[in-house]
Design a protein around this ligand. Structure first.
Ligand code: FCB
Length: 444
């Protein structure tokens, strides 16, 4: 049986974000949004989330046992500046020093995100990223982070999934401020691209040897009806609007319409040392879906993820398509020629056997990319802990480690976590010559 070996320098780890695991992030816009009963499934609220704020030491100890070599976290802006941009909270400064020290003591490389969907409520109230003049507040925050934590952090992720943030907060309306306004979504995306580039230069100035990159979420868009040219065209349009314009701006500095109008900025061009890829889904496009999205009436959200109706869906309603991971890596490699990290990839399920298969299937695609000469440097499973999955609440179970919310957030390591640990320890895993049925891709 062939053994898929990963290079020694390849980093295996997991990914998380502050609001989803820490608990009691009472000063950000998400907390406020959750208080309105109809916003989150079953009216859930993040509350104490996975209680990671108080248990980070124990959690990192567990990651060490599970052989993780790197871990992605975000530093919560609203903890540092809870009430205004002028009053720094010293408790938060100390807390995150302790968090980073705890990771480093375990020999785990921190990857730190500066913006992972949450902003302080005061920033949201002044319009957040809707207004160009507000970007300076984010810049000041990033400058502060670089100066304060630069000695402990080598890898910085600037902005998590600007395309998801802009569309979920301003088109689908599932994230705060929960509005449906395409014009605003385009504006926010434009500003986030600029905010990313500014953050890049600020962090590099503070710490020239830092590695700084954006994190993009790339779905694979495919025609709903195979071979149908109208659906193919819809898939191309959806891809260009969602991913293409963003990637093009990051590469060339040109922000195409309708996200920008005749905008060319040298400071955006080549503003990445690496690209972080979050990969989860394939989405099927047709004019009907495109129109429904544009008119904000995407009633059957799930329709976008299934072609035959027979695909098995995860708890977040997504169909698994591992081959897409290779496709996205290839796309990024071809466009940027930069080091790539898979900053998120994971599955929400109670079926832990499925999670094991999922991890192996996706790592197989990563290995293929390495074999083809792509510079892929790491894989971060989403997520180490079960957590608060935004508007889906607590139901989706993404964790390698289960969290019992009914029993004081008790942790239980799932078997899949040990399977992943073994892969890390052995620097790879064996695969059958011909993939068994369970590992074969459902391309129906
Ligand atoms: C990504 C987000 C992350 C998590 C996963 C499941 O889009 O970056 O916070 O919600 O999806």
């Amino acid at each position: 049986m062939p053994f898929l070996r990963f290079p020694d320098h390849f980093l295996f780890g997991s990914s998380s974000s502050a609001h989803q695991v820490e608990g009691n992030n009472i000063h950000n816009q998400w907390w406020h949004f959750e208080q309105a009963q109809d916003k989150i499934k079953r009216g859930e609220k993040s509350g104490r989330a996975a209680d990671h704020y108080t248990r980070y030491q124990e959690d990192f100890q567990t990651l060490k046992e599970l052989r993780h070599e790197a871990h992605r976290i975000s530093l919560e802006w609203s903890r540092f500046f809870p009430e205004s941009p002028d009053n720094l909270n010293p408790e938060a400064v100390e807390h995150y020093h302790n968090v980073l020290d705890a990771l480093l003591e375990q020999g785990i490389e921190p990857f730190v995100t500066t913006f992972h969907f949450t902003i302080p409520q005061w920033f949201a109230e002044m319009g957040g990223f809707e207004k160009a003049e507000n970007i300076r507040h984010y810049e000041a925050f990033v400058r502060f982070l670089g100066e304060e934590y630069g000695a402990k952090v080598r890898y910085w992720c600037t902005i998590n999934e600007p395309n998801i943030y802009a569309s979920f907060a301003y088109i689908i309306g599932e994230y705060p401020p929960g509005v449906k306004n395409i014009g605003l979504a385009l504006k926010v995306l434009n500003h986030l691209i600029k905010a990313h580039a500014k953050a890049y230069h600020i962090l590099k100035a503070a710490q020239p040897n830092a590695q700084v990159g954006i994190v993009v979420h790339l779905p694979v868009f495919a025609p709903l009806r195979k071979g149908n040219w109208v659906d193919k065209l819809s898939a191309r349009c959806a891809d260009w609007m969602f991913s293409g314009i963003l990637l093009e701006a990051l590469k060339t500095g040109k922000i195409h319409a309708p996200v920008g109008f005749l905008e060319q900025h040298d400071f955006i061009k080549d503003s990445n040392d690496f690209i972080g890829l979050n990969y989860y889904v394939r989405m099927f496009a047709s004019p009907r879906h495109a129109l429904a999205t544009a008119l904000n009436s995407l009633d059957e959200h799930h329709g976008v993820f299934r072609r035959t109706g027979l695909e098995r869906l995860t708890q977040s309603g997504w169909a698994v398509y591992a081959k897409g991971l290779y496709k996205c890596l290839k796309r990024l490699h071809t466009k940027f020629g930069l080091p790539l990290y898979i900053t998120e990839n994971g599955i929400a399920t109670d079926d832990d056997e499925w999670r094991k298969t999922y991890i192996r299937k996706h790592l197989k695609q990563v290995h293929k990319a390495l074999e083809k000469g792509m510079d892929v440097r790491g894989y971060f499973y989403w997520s180490n802990l079960d957590n608060f999955e935004w508007s889906y609440g607590f139901e989706p179970r993404f964790g390698l480690i289960a969290v019992d919310y009914e029993d004081d957030c008790k942790r239980t390591i799932r078997d899949s976590a040990w399977v992943y640990a073994k892969i890390i320890e052995e620097r790879g895993f064996e695969v059958e010559e011909k993939a068994p049925k369970e590992l074969q891709e459902n391309t129906a």
